[in-house]
Design a protein around this ligand. Structure first.
Ligand SMILES: Cc1cc2nc3c(=O)[nH]c(=O)nc-3n(C[C@H](O)[C@H](O)[C@H](O)COP(=O)(O)O)c2cc1C
Length: 306
């Protein structure tokens, strides 16, 4: 079989291969150490971290849907200090690049989080989750307004010592405008997509299935939306490093996202079904390339004939 060079560079960050795990679906990685060869992966993206610990939303906060799931976890996490002290030691030694997902409720929280997380030894990059309500602006998500998102990204990039990737919400009319604002503000990469806002109802009890009524839809159901958005953003900004997320289940899915323009790939909901899904996706992607005579995985990037 053809040997395949799986190495990629995502902006300034060199990775041994493009396959990573998506934020919130792989804990702090140590939870998966017994069931997944974490060190084989190009990288892991941690659970979203905030300055203070958060308990998240009331239960039920997860529910299964056709070809996916809804969650309203509410960004539960241990907080920055416990993350640095208790979670980083394993992450630092796990053999995969560590990308720390983070968020804030205010601009200043975002900026402080970016500055402090980027000083922790072993953090390769940050991933900024901008799908968060701004408590100073009546709860409107930062990530829905290109101007607000651009300003926030600029401040976080200035405060951070490592590359800052921006994770875009699909819950917008024009994802290209949002991507452009983030790139202009210095984003070192774009991660897309986050979950799609949805709802599930139990007709028998006549109640919403989630305590918060609405939640984020993920899993194979959202893959076509994610592919479309990766393609649109790549077409508008061919040099932008893109980390594709959304319903990724197989090596062939990974190849599709790379053809659409992605440089790296994140496996999310599938980790709940199969804890070593990302390692299988990596193996399948390598086999897919070898079988097709592709000697460098990066040769797939943007190679869609459209
Ligand atoms: C239970 C759960 C928790 C998540 N937590 C976060 C989070 O903390 N920060 C974030 O940016 N995205 C979070 N996400 C979104 C995922 O990282 C990913 O963008 C989304 O699920 C789409 O990918 P998938 O279809 O492969 O799951 C979460 C998703 C799920 C299902």
């Amino acid at each position: 079989m053809t040997a395949v060079d799986m190495a990629v560079t995502m902006g300034a960050l060199a990775l041994k291969n493009p396959v990573m795990t998506a934020s919130g679906t792989f804990g702090y990685a140590a939870e998966f150490a017994d069931v997944c060869d974490v060190g084989a992966l190009g990288g892991v993206v941690t659970k979203g971290i905030s300055l203070q610990p958060r308990a998240g939303n009331p239960v039920p906060r997860i529910c299964e849907t056709a070809a996916g799931m809804l969650n309203s976890i509410g960004l539960a996490n241990v907080g920055l200090e416990a993350f640095a002290a208790d979670k980083m030691p394993y992450l630092r030694s796990c053999g995969a690049a560590v990308v720390v997902n983070f968020f804030g409720e205010t601009e200043s929280e975002y900026v402080e989080c970016a500055a402090r997380l980027s000083e922790i030894p072993g953090v390769a990059a940050l991933e900024m989750n901008i799908s968060c309500p701004n408590v100073h602006k009546g709860g409107i998500e930062f990530g829905r307004d290109p101007q607000a998102a651009g300003r926030l990204v600029r401040e976080c990039v200035a405060a951070a010592r490592v590359p800052v990737w921006v994770k875009l919400t699909p819950n917008v009319t024009d994802v290209v405008a949002l991507a452009g604002a983030c790139l202009e503000s210095g984003a070192g990469g774009l991660s897309l997509i986050n979950t799609l806002r949805g709802m599930a109802i139990d007709a028998r009890t006549r109640r919403p299935r989630l305590a918060t009524k609405f939640g984020g839809l993920s899993g194979p159901a959202i893959k076509p939306v994610a592919l479309r958005m990766v393609f649109e953003v790549h077409r508008a900004f061919p040099d932008a490093p893109i980390s594709a997320i959304g319903g990724l289940q197989s090596g062939e899915d990974a190849a599709e996202f790379m053809l659409a323009g992605a440089t790296t790939l994140q496996v999310g909901t599938q980790n709940f079904v199969e804890p070593d899904a990302a390692v299988r996706v990596l193996r399948e992607l390598r086999d897919f390339c070898a079988a097709g005579g592709v000697t460098r995985v990066l040769d797939l990037r943007g190679a869609l004939q459209a």
